[in-house]
Design a binder for this molecule. Structure first.
Ligand code: ACO
Ligand code: KIV
Ligand code: MG
Length: 513
C-alpha cells in the first residue's frame, strides 16, 4: 500500500495561531507525544525567529529519535546557519526553507522579480544542501502562483538539491478539484519530480483544508502537513487527526497508509488543547467531546440494537476508551500509578507522589474523578516548572454582595520565597481577583482574553480557566483548573505569570516580572 508521510507543524504553524505561546517545557512535551503518535516529521519551530524557538528546536532535535525533526528558515544564509546550529544534533537533520512564488507576494512583500526569486531559492537550497542531508523547499502561496513559473522554479530547486517540494495553499483559497489538479500538473510537468517527495500544506480559511489535502493525496502527494486540532495561522491548518481517520475509515477508496498510531489521537489532542489553552469545539470531527455522543431517542435506540447504525468510528479507535477502574477518595497509590501508566504518562516517583497529593485533595471535594481530571493532574506534573521560582497561590477569598463592591484578598508565596497577602476591589468578583493579582505581581499586566469552561461533567465538574495576558507587552496564556471558578481564574492568571517567568529564566533567578 502507498505510504503517506505525516509532517506535523503544530509547534511552528500551530503556534503561529493568535494567542498561543508555548514555553520550551511544553513544546518538548508535545514533541514527545507527537513522536509517540508516529508522525514522520516534527517541525519544532523557526530557529532564527527568537532565542526561545532556537532553544526549543535544539532540545527537541537532540531528544527525538523516531521522527525526523525540522525547523523553518527563510531563503537566506543567516536563517540557514542558525537552523543548522539548532538541528545539527538531530538523527537526520532536515531543513524547511520557504520562499513565496505568487505574483502578489513576490511584488508586494518580497519586492523581487520572478527571476530574482528563482536565484534566491536556488542559492538557498544549494547552500542548505551542503549542511543538511534533507532539504524541503516550500513555494509559499504556491496555489496562487503562475503554474508555469512554479514548474520552472521547482525544476531548479530540485537540481539545486531539494529532497522535498511543498506546495502550500497558504491562504486557504483552493477548492479540492483545483488543488488536486495542481498536484497532477506538477507530477506531469516537473523534471525529476519522481526523485523527490511532493507535499501538501492546506489552510482552512474556506473550511476546505481536509478536502483539499485528500485531493492532493489522490493526485500523488507523498507527504501531508498539518497540525493537531487544526491549530494554525488564521483559521488554522488541516487537522492531522481528521486526515488520519479519513484515510483509515475510507481505505477502501484511498488505499494509502501512514505510520500514525490512531489510538494516540485523543491523548495528543487533549495534550495540545491543554497546553495551548485552545479549547476544542464540542462538535469538532474526531476529537470534539460530542464526536461520539448520541443524544436523540431514535439514534440511541439504533445504537442499542447495533452500534453500526450510527457509529462509523469507534471511540476506541482514537484511544478514547471507556474509563476502567473508578478512582476516588478511597483509591490508593497502586491504582493511581497504574492509571498514569495506562494513560501513557511516564512520571518519576516524586512527580507521581505530588500528583497523588493533588488527586486526594480533589477527591475530597469531588465525587467522581474523571479521565479528563486525571489527564490534567498528570500533565501538570509532567511539565511542572523545575528550578524556576514562581508564584504559588495559597488562598483566595472574595467578599461579594449585590449591594456592595466586591473585594478580593489573595495570599501567595512569591518568587523570593516570602508569603504575601494583598487585596483590591473590582466591579465583579473576577475583576477584583485580577486587580489583586496585578498588585501582587507588580507588573504591567493587561487582560487580553478570559474564558471559563467545565472540564468534566456534573455539578462538581472541574472549572478550567484560560487567561490571555499581555505582560510587559508580551502576550502569554495561562490556564488552570479548580473546582471553584474563582480559584481556577486566580490560578490561571498566576500560571501565565509563571510561564512568563520561565521564559525569562536563563540560569539567573528572575524574581519579578
Ligand atoms: C506562511 C508562513 O507561515 S511563513 C512563516 C511565518 N512565521 C513567522 O513569521 C515567525 C515569526 N517571525 C519573526 O519572528 C520575524 O518575522 C522574523 C524574526 C522571522 C523576521 O523579523 P524581521 O527581520 O524584523 O522582519 P519582518 O518580519 O518585519 O519582515 C520580514 C522580512 O523577511 C522577508 N522575507 C519574507 N519571507 C522571506 C523568505 N521566505 N525568504 C527571505 N526573506 C523573506 C520580507 O520580505 C521582509 O524583508 P524586508 O525586511 O527586507 O522587507
Ligand atoms: C511556510 C509555509 C510552508 C507555510 O506555512 C504556508 O505557506 O502556509
Ligand atoms: Mg502555513
Amino acid at each position: 500500500m502507498r505510504k503517506i508521510d505525516i509532517f506535523d507543524t503544530t509547534l511552528r504553524d500551530g503556534e503561529q495561531a493568535a494567542g498561543i505561546n508555548l514555553n520550551t517545557a511544553e513544546k518538548i512535551e508535545i514533541a514527545r507525544q507527537l513522536e509517540k503518535f508516529g508522525v514522520t516529521i516534527i517541525e519544532a519551530g523557526f530557529p532564527a525567529s527568537s532565542p526561545g524557538d532556537f532553544d526549543a528546536v535544539q532540545r527537541i532535535a537532540n531528544m527525538v529519535k523516531n521522527s525526523t525533526v525540522t525547523g523553518l528558515a527563510r531563503a537566506m544564509k543567516s536563517d540557514i546557519d542558525r537552523s543548522w546550529d539548532a538541528l545539527r544534533g538531530a538523527e537526520q537533520p532536515h531543513l524547511h526553507i520557504f520562499l513565496a512564488t505568487s505574483p502578489i507576494h513576490m511584488e508586494h512583500k518580497l519586492m523581487k522579480t520572478p527571476d530574482q526569486v528563482v536565484d534566491i531559492a536556488v542559492e538557498a537550497v544549494k547552500y542548505a544542501s551542503k549542511l543538511f542531508p534533507l532539504v524541503q523547499w516550500s513555494a509559499e502561496d504556491a496555489f496562487r502562483s503562475d503554474k508555469e513559473f512554479l514548474v520552472r522554479i521547482i525544476n531548479q530547486v530540485i537540481r539545486a538539491g531539494a529532497t522535498t517540494i511543498n506546495v502550500p495553499d497558504t491562504v486557504g483559497y483552493a477548492t479540492p478539484a483545483e488543488y488536486g489538479a495542481l498536484f497532477k500538473y506538477l507530477k506531469e510537468n516537473v523534471t525529476g519530480i519522481e526523485k523527490v517527495k511532493l507535499s501538501a500544506h492546506c489552510h482552512d480559511d474556506l473550511g476546505m483544508a481536509t478536502a483539499n489535502t485528500i485531493a492532493a493525496i489522490e493526485n500523488g502527494a507523498d507527504q501531508i502537513e498539518g497540525t493537531i486540532n487544526g491549530l494554525g495561522e488564521r483559521a488554522g491548518n488541516v487537522a492531522i487527526e481528521e486526515i488520519a481517520v479519513v484515510l483509515h475509515i475510507r481505505k477502501d477508496i484511498y488505499g494509502v497508509q501512514t505510520d500514525l498510531k490512531l489510538n494516540e489521537i485523543k491523548r495528543t489532542s487533549q495534550l495540545v488543547s491543554q497546553l495551548t489553552g485552545v479549547v476544542i469545539q464540542p462538535n469538532k470531527a474526531i476529537v470534539g467531546k460530542n464526536a461520539f455522543a448520541h443524544e436523540s431517542g431514535i439514534h440511541q435506540d439504533g445504537m442499542l440494537k447495533n452500534r453500526e447504525t450510527y457509529e462509523i468510528i469507534t471511540p476506541e479507535l482514537i484511544g478514547a476508551t471507556v474509563e476502567p477502574l473508578a478512582l476516588g477518595k478511597h483509591s490508593g497509590r497502586h491504582a493511581f500509578s497504574d492509571r498514569a501508566i495506562t494513560m501513557g504518562f511516564d512520571l518519576s516517583a516524586d512527580k507521581l507522589n505530588e500528583a497523588f497529593v493533588e488527586f486526594k485533595k480533589l477527591a475530597d471535594r469531588k465525587k467522581e474523578i474523571t479521565e479528563e481530571d486525571l489527564f490534567i493532574l498528570f500533565t501538570d506534573q509532567q511539565i511542572r516548572y523545575k528550578d524556576t521560582p514562581i508564584y504559588k497561590l495559597t488562598n483566595v477569598q472574595v467578599q461579594y454582595g449585590t449591594a456592595n463592591t466586591p473585594t478580593a484578598t489573595v495570599s501567595a508565596i512569591v518568587p523570593t520565597g516570602e508569603s504575601v497577602t494583598v487585596d483590591a476591589t473590582g466591579s465583579g468578583s473576577v475583576e477584583a481577583i485580577f486587580n489583586t493579582l496585578e498588585n501582587l505581581v507588580k507588573g504591567k499586566v493587561h487582560i487580553l482574553d478570559y474564558r471559563v469552561s467545565s472540564v468534566s461533567k456534573g455539578r462538581d465538574a472541574l472549572a478550567e480557566a484560560v487567561v490571555n495576558l499581555s505582560i510587559n507587552g508580551q502576550a502569554i496564556t495561562g490556564r488552570d483548573t479548580a473546582q471553584d471558578v474563582l480559584e481556577a481564574s486566580a490560578k490561571a492568571y498566576l500560571n501565565a505569570v509563571n510561564r512568563h517567568l520561565v521564559n525569562d529564566y536563563v540560569g539567573n533567578k528572575v524574581t519579578s516580572i
